[in-house]
Design a protein around this ligand. Structure first.
Ligand code: URA
Length: 198
């Protein structure tokens, strides 16, 4: 099966999923989107209000800021893949529960396994905790982990991990905004260095 077919199969299963209770309050599931041939995979936390309305990742205020950060790193949405730890919005944007993460993340794993990215960028605490656990790397919070590159094995793939803050953090803190810009400039250099730019 081609990467595109695997991703479309996962997306159809996500849209029909009733494995945890979040399906009861969702308007739309948000499987994720981007290029099946992406070399860079961004992992967010969970859909918010606008993602739930539109069924697409990062289309609200944090998403608009993420687009600015993408421009800083010289990447466009169509070149990369964006997926979330949870595919459905938790009511009132509450934090994902451990049970929801356990139930939902096989979808994310299948997306990563299909795309085989060279670089995984985790946005915020939840996605970094999840991917670091998969890579068997110790994790002591996003503020300690962020802004550094880690060589790792995730799902049998040799990848570079780059944790950074969640873009929403940059909307309420000028300091976090500055750190995000710094991180995305490092990311740009790494993408060029690894020859991952399209
Ligand atoms: N925040 C996330 O983590 N993911 C989205 O898709 C939107 C906001």
């Amino acid at each position: 099966m081609s990467k595109a077919v695997v991703l479309e199969t996962v997306a159809s299963e996500v849209r029909a999923c009733t494995k945890c209770s979040l399906w009861k309050t969702r308007k739309n599931a948000v499987p994720g989107e981007g290029s099946p041939d992406a070399k860079v995979f961004f992992v967010g936390e969970a859909p918010g209000y606008w993602e739930d309305v539109k069924g697409e990742p990062f289309v609200g205020a944090a998403g608009k800021f993420l687009d600015t950060l993408f421009a800083e790193a010289g990447v466009s949405r169509s070149q990369v893949f964006i997926g979330n730890v949870l595919k459905c919005r938790p009511p009132n944007n509450r934090a994902p529960s451990p049970a929801e993460i356990e139930i939902c993340t096989p979808f994310l794993d299948r997306q990563i396994a299909a795309i085989k990215p060279k670089l995984i960028v985790t946005l915020g605490n939840y996605s970094t905790a999840y991917i670091f656990a998969k890579a068997m790397l110790p994790f002591n919070g996003i503020t300690n982990a962020r802004g550094k590159f880690y060589q790792a094995n995730v799902l049998g793939l040799a990848v570079t991990l780059f944790p950074t803050l969640h873009p929403a953090a940059g909307l309420y803190s000028a300091r976090y905004k500055q750190l995000l810009f710094e991180d995305f400039r490092l990311l740009k250099a790494k993408i060029l260095d690894l020859g991952l730019a399209i």
